[in-house]
Design a protein around this ligand. Structure first.
Ligand code: HEM
Length: 534
Protein backbone atom coordinates (compact mmCIF):
# COMPACT_ATOMS: atom_id res chain seq x y z
CA UNK A 1 0.00 0.00 0.00
CA UNK A 2 2.73 2.43 1.09
CA UNK A 3 4.96 1.21 -1.73
CA UNK A 4 2.38 1.97 -4.36
CA UNK A 5 1.78 5.40 -2.80
CA UNK A 6 5.49 6.23 -2.91
CA UNK A 7 5.71 4.94 -6.50
CA UNK A 8 2.73 7.05 -7.51
CA UNK A 9 4.71 10.14 -6.44
CA UNK A 10 7.09 9.48 -9.33
CA UNK A 11 4.33 9.26 -11.88
CA UNK A 12 4.30 12.09 -14.47
CA UNK A 13 1.28 13.64 -12.73
CA UNK A 14 3.25 14.23 -9.57
CA UNK A 15 6.57 15.32 -10.99
CA UNK A 16 6.01 18.87 -9.74
CA UNK A 17 6.38 17.47 -6.23
CA UNK A 18 10.03 16.71 -6.94
CA UNK A 19 10.61 20.43 -7.37
CA UNK A 20 8.50 21.57 -4.43
CA UNK A 21 9.69 19.08 -1.81
CA UNK A 22 13.35 20.19 -1.71
CA UNK A 23 12.18 23.80 -1.50
CA UNK A 24 9.92 22.98 1.44
CA UNK A 25 12.72 21.02 3.01
CA UNK A 26 15.11 23.96 2.79
CA UNK A 27 12.54 26.42 4.10
CA UNK A 28 11.88 24.11 7.03
CA UNK A 29 15.60 23.72 7.70
CA UNK A 30 16.29 27.46 7.61
CA UNK A 31 13.22 28.26 9.67
CA UNK A 32 14.20 25.68 12.24
CA UNK A 33 17.70 27.16 12.48
CA UNK A 34 16.29 30.65 12.81
CA UNK A 35 13.85 29.61 15.52
CA UNK A 36 16.70 27.96 17.40
CA UNK A 37 18.95 31.03 17.10
CA UNK A 38 16.06 33.33 18.02
CA UNK A 39 15.56 31.37 21.17
CA UNK A 40 19.25 31.53 21.99
CA UNK A 41 19.25 35.30 21.34
CA UNK A 42 15.97 36.07 23.08
CA UNK A 43 17.73 38.34 25.60
CA UNK A 44 19.01 40.63 22.79
CA UNK A 45 16.64 43.49 21.83
CA UNK A 46 14.93 42.98 18.48
CA UNK A 47 13.08 45.68 16.48
CA UNK A 48 9.37 45.12 15.89
CA UNK A 49 7.90 44.29 12.49
CA UNK A 50 9.57 40.91 12.05
CA UNK A 51 7.83 38.57 9.60
CA UNK A 52 8.32 34.79 9.74
CA UNK A 53 11.27 33.74 7.61
CA UNK A 54 11.58 37.13 5.83
CA UNK A 55 12.46 38.70 9.17
CA UNK A 56 13.20 42.42 8.85
CA UNK A 57 13.94 42.26 5.12
CA UNK A 58 10.95 44.43 4.20
CA UNK A 59 11.86 47.01 6.82
CA UNK A 60 15.38 47.25 5.42
CA UNK A 61 14.09 47.68 1.90
CA UNK A 62 11.70 50.47 2.75
CA UNK A 63 14.29 53.16 2.16
CA UNK A 64 18.00 53.50 2.33
CA UNK A 65 19.47 50.50 4.17
CA UNK A 66 22.11 52.57 5.95
CA UNK A 67 19.61 55.17 7.17
CA UNK A 68 17.44 52.33 8.47
CA UNK A 69 20.37 50.87 10.40
CA UNK A 70 21.07 54.25 11.97
CA UNK A 71 17.43 54.79 12.87
CA UNK A 72 17.19 51.33 14.44
CA UNK A 73 20.39 51.93 16.34
CA UNK A 74 19.00 55.20 17.70
CA UNK A 75 15.88 53.33 18.83
CA UNK A 76 17.38 50.09 20.15
CA UNK A 77 20.87 51.05 21.23
CA UNK A 78 24.23 49.88 19.99
CA UNK A 79 23.59 46.18 20.32
CA UNK A 80 20.49 44.59 18.87
CA UNK A 81 19.48 41.76 16.59
CA UNK A 82 17.90 41.61 13.17
CA UNK A 83 16.54 38.69 11.19
CA UNK A 84 16.85 38.49 7.42
CA UNK A 85 15.83 35.45 5.36
CA UNK A 86 16.51 32.91 8.06
CA UNK A 87 19.74 34.46 9.31
CA UNK A 88 20.21 36.21 12.63
CA UNK A 89 22.44 39.30 12.66
CA UNK A 90 23.74 40.84 15.87
CA UNK A 91 24.21 44.51 15.02
CA UNK A 92 26.99 46.22 17.01
CA UNK A 93 27.73 49.94 16.83
CA UNK A 94 30.20 50.33 19.64
CA UNK A 95 34.01 50.66 19.62
CA UNK A 96 34.43 48.19 22.50
CA UNK A 97 32.34 45.53 20.76
CA UNK A 98 34.18 46.08 17.47
CA UNK A 99 37.47 45.58 19.26
CA UNK A 100 36.18 42.42 20.92
CA UNK A 101 35.07 40.83 17.63
CA UNK A 102 37.92 42.02 15.42
CA UNK A 103 40.80 41.70 17.82
CA UNK A 104 40.40 40.38 21.36
CA UNK A 105 38.27 37.35 20.49
CA UNK A 106 38.88 37.28 16.74
CA UNK A 107 39.38 33.52 16.85
CA UNK A 108 35.69 33.06 17.72
CA UNK A 109 34.70 34.64 14.41
CA UNK A 110 35.39 34.15 10.75
CA UNK A 111 34.53 35.99 7.56
CA UNK A 112 30.96 35.32 6.59
CA UNK A 113 31.21 33.33 3.32
CA UNK A 114 27.68 34.40 2.29
CA UNK A 115 28.77 38.06 2.09
CA UNK A 116 31.47 37.42 -0.51
CA UNK A 117 29.67 34.75 -2.52
CA UNK A 118 28.76 37.06 -5.40
CA UNK A 119 32.35 38.29 -5.65
CA UNK A 120 33.82 34.80 -5.96
CA UNK A 121 34.70 35.42 -9.60
CA UNK A 122 36.96 38.28 -8.51
CA UNK A 123 38.21 37.23 -5.10
CA UNK A 124 38.66 33.50 -5.62
CA UNK A 125 40.64 32.20 -2.68
CA UNK A 126 42.65 35.39 -2.23
CA UNK A 127 43.47 37.14 1.02
CA UNK A 128 40.08 38.80 1.49
CA UNK A 129 38.18 35.52 1.60
CA UNK A 130 40.75 33.13 3.08
CA UNK A 131 40.97 32.02 6.69
CA UNK A 132 43.34 30.24 9.06
CA UNK A 133 46.79 29.15 7.95
CA UNK A 134 46.27 30.20 4.35
CA UNK A 135 45.30 33.75 5.37
CA UNK A 136 48.32 33.98 7.72
CA UNK A 137 50.62 32.96 4.90
CA UNK A 138 49.12 35.39 2.39
CA UNK A 139 49.15 38.25 4.88
CA UNK A 140 52.77 37.52 5.79
CA UNK A 141 53.76 37.50 2.12
CA UNK A 142 51.76 40.54 1.05
CA UNK A 143 52.03 42.94 3.99
CA UNK A 144 55.65 43.98 3.23
CA UNK A 145 54.71 44.65 -0.39
CA UNK A 146 52.36 47.41 0.73
CA UNK A 147 54.96 49.05 2.89
CA UNK A 148 57.15 51.92 1.91
CA UNK A 149 58.73 51.00 -1.42
CA UNK A 150 55.51 50.48 -3.30
CA UNK A 151 54.16 53.77 -1.99
CA UNK A 152 56.79 55.60 -3.99
CA UNK A 153 55.44 53.95 -7.11
CA UNK A 154 51.88 54.86 -6.08
CA UNK A 155 52.85 58.50 -5.59
CA UNK A 156 54.41 58.84 -9.01
CA UNK A 157 51.52 56.96 -10.68
CA UNK A 158 48.98 59.25 -8.97
CA UNK A 159 50.87 62.36 -10.09
CA UNK A 160 51.17 61.26 -13.67
CA UNK A 161 47.62 60.00 -14.03
CA UNK A 162 46.02 63.04 -12.39
CA UNK A 163 47.94 65.31 -14.74
CA UNK A 164 46.52 63.35 -17.67
CA UNK A 165 43.11 64.32 -16.35
CA UNK A 166 43.79 68.03 -16.84
CA UNK A 167 43.21 67.61 -20.53
CA UNK A 168 39.73 66.17 -20.04
CA UNK A 169 38.77 68.79 -17.46
CA UNK A 170 40.11 71.67 -19.53
CA UNK A 171 38.25 70.37 -22.58
CA UNK A 172 35.06 70.14 -20.55
CA UNK A 173 35.61 73.67 -19.31
CA UNK A 174 36.07 74.97 -22.81
CA UNK A 175 33.02 73.21 -24.18
CA UNK A 176 31.03 74.18 -21.11
CA UNK A 177 30.00 70.63 -20.34
CA UNK A 178 29.60 69.37 -16.79
CA UNK A 179 31.44 66.23 -15.84
CA UNK A 180 30.71 63.29 -13.59
CA UNK A 181 33.65 63.20 -11.21
CA UNK A 182 32.47 59.94 -9.63
CA UNK A 183 33.01 58.17 -12.94
CA UNK A 184 36.27 60.01 -13.57
CA UNK A 185 37.61 58.98 -10.14
CA UNK A 186 36.55 55.39 -10.84
CA UNK A 187 38.67 55.26 -13.96
CA UNK A 188 41.53 57.19 -12.38
CA UNK A 189 41.84 54.90 -9.36
CA UNK A 190 41.70 51.86 -11.62
CA UNK A 191 44.52 53.34 -13.68
CA UNK A 192 46.62 54.01 -10.56
CA UNK A 193 46.14 50.55 -9.15
CA UNK A 194 46.74 48.89 -12.52
CA UNK A 195 50.00 50.77 -12.87
CA UNK A 196 51.15 50.17 -9.28
CA UNK A 197 50.17 46.49 -9.24
CA UNK A 198 50.69 45.32 -12.82
CA UNK A 199 52.80 48.01 -14.41
CA UNK A 200 50.02 48.63 -16.96
CA UNK A 201 50.05 52.08 -18.56
CA UNK A 202 46.84 54.20 -18.32
CA UNK A 203 45.88 53.80 -22.00
CA UNK A 204 46.11 50.03 -21.74
CA UNK A 205 44.26 50.10 -18.42
CA UNK A 206 41.34 51.94 -20.07
CA UNK A 207 41.38 49.64 -23.08
CA UNK A 208 41.83 46.30 -21.39
CA UNK A 209 41.10 46.50 -17.67
CA UNK A 210 38.30 49.11 -17.45
CA UNK A 211 36.37 47.49 -20.26
CA UNK A 212 36.55 44.08 -18.65
CA UNK A 213 36.66 44.78 -14.96
CA UNK A 214 34.09 47.58 -14.53
CA UNK A 215 31.14 45.69 -16.08
CA UNK A 216 32.11 42.63 -14.02
CA UNK A 217 32.03 44.54 -10.74
CA UNK A 218 28.75 46.24 -11.70
CA UNK A 219 27.14 42.87 -12.34
CA UNK A 220 28.51 41.51 -9.03
CA UNK A 221 27.02 44.48 -7.19
CA UNK A 222 23.65 43.84 -8.80
CA UNK A 223 23.85 40.22 -7.75
CA UNK A 224 24.11 41.17 -4.06
CA UNK A 225 20.49 42.26 -4.03
CA UNK A 226 19.25 40.30 -7.02
CA UNK A 227 21.04 36.97 -6.45
CA UNK A 228 18.86 35.14 -8.96
CA UNK A 229 21.08 36.82 -11.57
CA UNK A 230 23.75 34.32 -10.58
CA UNK A 231 21.66 31.43 -11.82
CA UNK A 232 19.46 32.59 -14.66
CA UNK A 233 21.35 32.15 -17.94
CA UNK A 234 20.28 35.50 -19.37
CA UNK A 235 22.30 37.59 -21.81
CA UNK A 236 23.83 39.44 -18.84
CA UNK A 237 24.87 36.12 -17.31
CA UNK A 238 26.64 34.94 -20.49
CA UNK A 239 28.27 38.31 -20.94
CA UNK A 240 29.52 38.31 -17.36
CA UNK A 241 30.92 34.82 -17.76
CA UNK A 242 32.74 35.76 -20.93
CA UNK A 243 34.16 38.97 -19.38
CA UNK A 244 35.47 37.05 -16.36
CA UNK A 245 37.18 34.58 -18.69
CA UNK A 246 38.72 37.40 -20.73
CA UNK A 247 39.97 39.15 -17.58
CA UNK A 248 41.47 35.89 -16.30
CA UNK A 249 43.22 35.28 -19.61
CA UNK A 250 44.49 38.84 -19.70
CA UNK A 251 45.95 38.58 -16.19
CA UNK A 252 47.56 35.20 -16.82
CA UNK A 253 49.16 36.60 -19.97
CA UNK A 254 50.37 39.57 -17.92
CA UNK A 255 51.88 37.27 -15.28
CA UNK A 256 53.68 35.24 -17.94
CA UNK A 257 54.86 38.40 -19.60
CA UNK A 258 56.26 39.87 -16.37
CA UNK A 259 57.85 36.54 -15.54
CA UNK A 260 59.69 36.61 -18.84
CA UNK A 261 60.84 40.18 -18.19
CA UNK A 262 61.97 39.21 -14.71
CA UNK A 263 64.24 36.64 -16.30
CA UNK A 264 66.29 39.67 -17.13
CA UNK A 265 68.57 39.80 -14.08
CA UNK A 266 68.65 43.58 -13.95
CA UNK A 267 64.90 43.90 -13.58
CA UNK A 268 64.83 41.11 -11.03
CA UNK A 269 67.11 43.12 -8.77
CA UNK A 270 64.92 46.19 -8.83
CA UNK A 271 61.30 45.12 -9.03
CA UNK A 272 59.08 48.15 -9.39
CA UNK A 273 55.51 46.94 -9.35
CA UNK A 274 53.65 44.78 -6.84
CA UNK A 275 53.43 41.90 -9.32
CA UNK A 276 57.19 42.05 -9.90
CA UNK A 277 57.86 42.04 -6.19
CA UNK A 278 55.75 38.95 -5.71
CA UNK A 279 57.30 37.22 -8.73
CA UNK A 280 60.82 38.03 -7.64
CA UNK A 281 60.34 35.82 -4.58
CA UNK A 282 59.12 32.85 -6.63
CA UNK A 283 60.69 29.81 -8.19
CA UNK A 284 60.02 28.13 -11.54
CA UNK A 285 57.85 25.56 -9.81
CA UNK A 286 55.41 28.33 -9.25
CA UNK A 287 54.50 28.09 -12.91
CA UNK A 288 52.25 25.21 -12.24
CA UNK A 289 48.63 25.82 -12.87
CA UNK A 290 47.52 26.35 -9.28
CA UNK A 291 50.27 28.83 -8.54
CA UNK A 292 49.31 31.00 -11.49
CA UNK A 293 45.66 30.82 -10.57
CA UNK A 294 46.44 31.86 -7.00
CA UNK A 295 48.41 34.83 -8.19
CA UNK A 296 45.76 35.76 -10.74
CA UNK A 297 43.13 35.74 -7.97
CA UNK A 298 45.46 37.79 -5.79
CA UNK A 299 45.76 40.44 -8.51
CA UNK A 300 42.01 40.55 -9.01
CA UNK A 301 41.66 40.96 -5.23
CA UNK A 302 43.83 44.08 -5.29
CA UNK A 303 41.83 45.57 -8.13
CA UNK A 304 38.63 44.76 -6.28
CA UNK A 305 39.70 45.93 -2.81
CA UNK A 306 41.53 49.03 -3.89
CA UNK A 307 39.80 50.88 -6.62
CA UNK A 308 36.10 51.55 -6.00
CA UNK A 309 36.74 52.22 -2.31
CA UNK A 310 39.31 54.90 -3.06
CA UNK A 311 37.18 56.40 -5.84
CA UNK A 312 34.30 56.60 -3.39
CA UNK A 313 36.45 58.42 -0.82
CA UNK A 314 37.57 60.93 -3.46
CA UNK A 315 34.01 61.50 -4.64
CA UNK A 316 32.59 62.24 -1.19
CA UNK A 317 35.57 64.42 -0.29
CA UNK A 318 34.89 66.51 -3.36
CA UNK A 319 31.25 66.82 -2.29
CA UNK A 320 32.16 67.92 1.24
CA UNK A 321 34.64 70.47 -0.06
CA UNK A 322 32.14 71.90 -2.53
CA UNK A 323 29.87 72.63 0.43
CA UNK A 324 32.41 74.75 2.29
CA UNK A 325 34.20 77.65 0.63
CA UNK A 326 36.41 78.04 3.70
CA UNK A 327 37.63 74.44 3.43
CA UNK A 328 38.21 74.81 -0.29
CA UNK A 329 40.24 77.96 0.21
CA UNK A 330 42.46 76.23 2.78
CA UNK A 331 42.94 73.24 0.50
CA UNK A 332 43.83 75.56 -2.34
CA UNK A 333 46.43 77.43 -0.26
CA UNK A 334 47.96 74.22 0.98
CA UNK A 335 48.10 72.51 -2.39
CA UNK A 336 49.36 75.62 -4.19
CA UNK A 337 52.40 75.66 -1.92
CA UNK A 338 53.22 72.08 -2.94
CA UNK A 339 52.25 72.47 -6.61
CA UNK A 340 53.01 76.13 -7.46
CA UNK A 341 53.00 75.16 -11.16
CA UNK A 342 51.10 72.45 -12.99
CA UNK A 343 54.27 70.60 -13.81
CA UNK A 344 55.98 70.83 -10.39
CA UNK A 345 57.29 67.40 -9.39
CA UNK A 346 57.78 67.24 -5.62
CA UNK A 347 60.02 64.46 -4.32
CA UNK A 348 58.52 61.40 -2.67
CA UNK A 349 59.56 62.67 0.79
CA UNK A 350 57.86 65.99 0.14
CA UNK A 351 54.71 64.24 -1.02
CA UNK A 352 54.64 61.94 1.95
CA UNK A 353 54.95 64.64 4.55
CA UNK A 354 52.85 67.28 2.90
CA UNK A 355 49.21 68.31 2.68
CA UNK A 356 48.24 67.70 6.33
CA UNK A 357 45.00 69.64 5.99
CA UNK A 358 44.01 67.61 2.92
CA UNK A 359 44.77 64.48 4.95
CA UNK A 360 42.43 65.69 7.71
CA UNK A 361 39.67 66.43 5.24
CA UNK A 362 40.02 62.94 3.77
CA UNK A 363 39.83 61.31 7.17
CA UNK A 364 36.84 63.39 8.21
CA UNK A 365 35.14 62.44 4.96
CA UNK A 366 35.85 58.78 5.72
CA UNK A 367 34.13 59.27 9.05
CA UNK A 368 31.08 60.89 7.47
CA UNK A 369 30.93 58.60 4.42
CA UNK A 370 32.73 55.33 5.22
CA UNK A 371 32.93 53.57 1.83
CA UNK A 372 32.45 50.22 3.59
CA UNK A 373 29.75 51.01 6.17
CA UNK A 374 29.40 47.55 7.74
CA UNK A 375 31.28 44.26 7.86
CA UNK A 376 30.09 40.84 8.94
CA UNK A 377 31.68 37.97 10.83
CA UNK A 378 30.12 34.57 11.43
CA UNK A 379 30.21 33.38 15.05
CA UNK A 380 32.06 30.05 15.07
CA UNK A 381 32.32 29.69 18.86
CA UNK A 382 29.64 30.81 21.33
CA UNK A 383 30.89 34.08 22.80
CA UNK A 384 30.10 36.76 25.36
CA UNK A 385 30.27 40.35 24.08
CA UNK A 386 30.12 42.91 26.88
CA UNK A 387 28.04 40.82 29.22
CA UNK A 388 25.74 39.42 26.54
CA UNK A 389 26.10 35.90 25.20
CA UNK A 390 25.80 35.24 21.47
CA UNK A 391 25.37 31.78 19.98
CA UNK A 392 27.37 29.97 17.32
CA UNK A 393 25.76 30.36 13.89
CA UNK A 394 24.65 33.98 14.38
CA UNK A 395 26.37 36.71 12.35
CA UNK A 396 28.07 39.68 14.04
CA UNK A 397 27.49 42.83 12.00
CA UNK A 398 29.89 45.64 12.93
CA UNK A 399 28.26 48.90 11.92
CA UNK A 400 31.17 51.31 11.33
CA UNK A 401 28.81 53.91 9.90
CA UNK A 402 26.83 53.82 13.17
CA UNK A 403 29.99 54.20 15.29
CA UNK A 404 31.17 57.13 13.17
CA UNK A 405 27.88 58.95 13.69
CA UNK A 406 27.51 58.55 17.43
CA UNK A 407 26.89 61.88 19.09
CA UNK A 408 28.60 60.79 22.32
CA UNK A 409 31.82 59.98 20.42
CA UNK A 410 31.95 62.87 17.95
CA UNK A 411 31.09 66.40 19.07
CA UNK A 412 30.35 67.72 15.55
CA UNK A 413 28.90 64.50 14.39
CA UNK A 414 27.10 65.49 11.20
CA UNK A 415 29.46 68.04 9.66
CA UNK A 416 32.92 67.92 8.26
CA UNK A 417 34.92 68.96 11.29
CA UNK A 418 38.24 70.38 10.15
CA UNK A 419 40.84 70.78 11.22
CA UNK A 420 39.97 67.76 13.29
CA UNK A 421 42.87 67.41 15.71
CA UNK A 422 41.81 63.94 16.78
CA UNK A 423 41.55 62.48 13.30
CA UNK A 424 44.52 64.30 11.91
CA UNK A 425 46.96 63.53 14.65
CA UNK A 426 45.44 60.44 16.17
CA UNK A 427 45.37 62.03 19.63
CA UNK A 428 42.59 61.60 22.13
CA UNK A 429 40.33 59.53 19.93
CA UNK A 430 39.66 55.86 20.53
CA UNK A 431 41.23 54.06 17.51
CA UNK A 432 38.21 51.76 17.57
CA UNK A 433 35.84 54.70 17.10
CA UNK A 434 37.24 55.48 13.64
CA UNK A 435 37.05 52.36 11.51
CA UNK A 436 36.88 53.04 7.77
CA UNK A 437 39.69 50.51 7.29
CA UNK A 438 38.62 48.48 10.35
CA UNK A 439 41.29 47.57 12.87
CA UNK A 440 43.00 44.50 14.29
CA UNK A 441 44.82 41.69 12.46
CA UNK A 442 42.58 41.83 9.37
CA UNK A 443 42.69 45.57 8.87
CA UNK A 444 42.95 47.01 5.38
CA UNK A 445 46.30 46.34 3.75
CA UNK A 446 45.94 49.25 1.34
CA UNK A 447 45.05 52.12 3.67
CA UNK A 448 48.35 53.98 3.27
CA UNK A 449 48.23 53.31 -0.45
CA UNK A 450 44.80 54.88 -0.83
CA UNK A 451 45.36 57.83 1.52
CA UNK A 452 48.60 58.78 -0.20
CA UNK A 453 47.06 58.42 -3.65
CA UNK A 454 44.01 60.48 -2.68
CA UNK A 455 46.07 63.27 -1.11
CA UNK A 456 48.05 63.67 -4.30
CA UNK A 457 45.01 63.52 -6.59
CA UNK A 458 43.08 66.08 -4.56
CA UNK A 459 46.12 68.29 -4.00
CA UNK A 460 46.70 68.54 -7.74
CA UNK A 461 43.05 69.06 -8.59
CA UNK A 462 42.37 71.71 -5.95
CA UNK A 463 45.54 73.59 -6.85
CA UNK A 464 44.11 74.05 -10.33
CA UNK A 465 40.33 73.84 -10.25
CA UNK A 466 37.45 75.20 -8.29
CA UNK A 467 34.56 72.82 -8.51
CA UNK A 468 30.94 73.44 -7.75
CA UNK A 469 28.01 71.04 -7.95
CA UNK A 470 26.07 71.03 -11.20
CA UNK A 471 22.51 72.18 -10.90
CA UNK A 472 20.38 69.62 -9.13
CA UNK A 473 23.32 67.55 -7.89
CA UNK A 474 22.42 66.05 -4.53
CA UNK A 475 24.11 63.87 -1.96
CA UNK A 476 21.61 61.04 -2.19
CA UNK A 477 23.62 57.92 -1.52
CA UNK A 478 22.97 54.61 -3.17
CA UNK A 479 20.41 52.69 -1.12
CA UNK A 480 22.40 49.48 -0.86
CA UNK A 481 25.61 49.31 -2.92
CA UNK A 482 28.99 48.96 -1.18
CA UNK A 483 31.11 51.04 -1.35
CA UNK A 484 28.44 53.67 -0.92
CA UNK A 485 28.53 56.06 -3.84
CA UNK A 486 26.17 58.94 -4.68
CA UNK A 487 23.27 57.43 -6.57
CA UNK A 488 23.27 60.17 -9.21
CA UNK A 489 27.01 60.37 -9.70
CA UNK A 490 28.90 63.57 -8.81
CA UNK A 491 28.26 66.09 -11.55
CA UNK A 492 30.28 69.23 -11.26
CA UNK A 493 30.53 72.48 -13.03
CA UNK A 494 32.68 75.33 -11.78
CA UNK A 495 35.52 77.71 -12.25
CA UNK A 496 39.13 76.77 -12.25
CA UNK A 497 42.04 79.12 -11.86
CA UNK A 498 42.60 78.95 -15.58
CA UNK A 499 39.27 78.07 -17.10
CA UNK A 500 35.58 78.19 -16.42
CA UNK A 501 33.07 75.40 -16.14
CA UNK A 502 30.01 77.49 -16.64
CA UNK A 503 27.33 75.36 -18.12
CA UNK A 504 24.86 73.78 -15.79
CA UNK A 505 23.39 70.65 -17.13
CA UNK A 506 20.58 68.46 -16.19
CA UNK A 507 21.49 65.77 -13.75
CA UNK A 508 21.14 62.31 -15.18
CA UNK A 509 18.26 60.31 -13.79
CA UNK A 510 18.95 57.62 -11.25
CA UNK A 511 20.24 54.60 -13.16
CA UNK A 512 18.02 52.22 -11.28
CA UNK A 513 14.34 52.72 -10.92
CA UNK A 514 13.49 51.20 -7.57
CA UNK A 515 9.76 50.98 -8.17
CA UNK A 516 7.29 49.93 -5.48
CA UNK A 517 7.29 46.38 -6.79
CA UNK A 518 11.03 45.93 -6.77
CA UNK A 519 11.27 44.94 -3.09
CA UNK A 520 8.66 42.23 -3.52
CA UNK A 521 10.23 40.77 -6.64
CA UNK A 522 13.57 40.96 -4.90
CA UNK A 523 12.27 39.14 -1.84
CA UNK A 524 10.73 36.31 -3.81
CA UNK A 525 13.89 35.76 -5.79
CA UNK A 526 16.06 36.05 -2.72
CA UNK A 527 14.03 33.41 -0.92
CA UNK A 528 14.84 31.15 -3.82
CA UNK A 529 18.52 32.03 -3.52
CA UNK A 530 18.61 31.41 0.23
CA UNK A 531 16.97 28.06 -0.30
CA UNK A 532 19.59 27.07 -2.83
CA UNK A 533 22.32 27.97 -0.30
CA UNK A 534 20.71 26.18 2.60
C1 HEM B 1 39.35 54.26 0.93
C2 HEM B 1 39.86 53.11 0.53
C3 HEM B 1 39.67 51.80 1.25
C4 HEM B 1 38.78 51.44 2.21
C5 HEM B 1 37.69 52.29 2.84
C6 HEM B 1 39.05 50.05 2.54
C7 HEM B 1 38.35 49.36 3.50
C8 HEM B 1 38.65 48.04 3.85
C9 HEM B 1 37.93 47.29 4.85
C10 HEM B 1 36.74 47.81 5.67
C11 HEM B 1 38.49 46.06 4.92
C12 HEM B 1 38.06 44.91 5.85
C13 HEM B 1 37.04 44.02 5.15
C14 HEM B 1 36.63 42.84 6.02
O1 HEM B 1 37.42 42.39 6.84
O2 HEM B 1 35.51 42.33 5.85
C15 HEM B 1 39.57 46.02 3.96
C16 HEM B 1 40.39 44.93 3.74
C17 HEM B 1 41.35 44.88 2.76
N1 HEM B 1 41.74 45.91 1.92
FE1 HEM B 1 41.00 47.78 1.91
N2 HEM B 1 40.09 49.61 1.76
C18 HEM B 1 40.51 50.64 0.96
C19 HEM B 1 41.54 50.61 0.04
C20 HEM B 1 42.32 49.51 -0.24
C21 HEM B 1 43.41 49.46 -1.22
C22 HEM B 1 43.85 50.64 -2.07
C23 HEM B 1 43.88 48.19 -1.22
C24 HEM B 1 44.97 47.55 -2.05
C25 HEM B 1 45.55 48.04 -3.04
C26 HEM B 1 43.14 47.44 -0.23
C27 HEM B 1 43.37 46.13 0.08
C28 HEM B 1 42.72 45.43 1.09
C29 HEM B 1 43.00 44.04 1.41
C30 HEM B 1 44.03 43.14 0.72
C31 HEM B 1 42.15 43.69 2.47
C32 HEM B 1 42.05 42.32 3.16
C33 HEM B 1 42.96 42.27 4.38
C34 HEM B 1 42.85 40.93 5.11
O3 HEM B 1 41.80 40.30 5.10
O4 HEM B 1 43.86 40.56 5.74
N3 HEM B 1 42.21 48.28 0.34
N4 HEM B 1 39.65 47.23 3.31
Amino acid sequence: MLDSYVLSLFSPDHLWLLGVLPVLFFVAQLTFKEVYLSFKCRHIPCPSGRIPFLGHALKLLQGNVWDTFRALSAEHGNFFRMHVLGRVYIVMADPAFARHVLQTKAKNYRKDPGTYKVFDCLLGTGIVTSEGERWHRLRRELAPTFKLEILEEVASAALEITRNLFQTLDAAAESGAAVDMAEIFRKLTLQVISLAVLGVEPAESDREISNLYLPIIDECNDRIWYPYRMYLPTNAWWRHRSLVKQLNDYLVAKINDRWQSMANAKEKNSPKYILDRILSGMTCQFFQKDGIQDLRDGLKTFLFAGHDTTACMLTWTLWEVMKSEQTRQKLYNESKSLFPKDDTRPSYDELQNSLPFTFNVLRETLRLHPPVPVITREVVQPDVVGDVSIPQGAVALICMDGIHKRQDLWPNVHVLDTPSPQLGLGEGVDPWAFLPFINGPRNCLGQHFSLLESRIVLGLLFSRYKFSPAQGQDDKSHPYKIPITPVNGMWVSGASTTCVFNQHLQVLPCDEDLSVWTPFVFLLLNCFWSLCHG
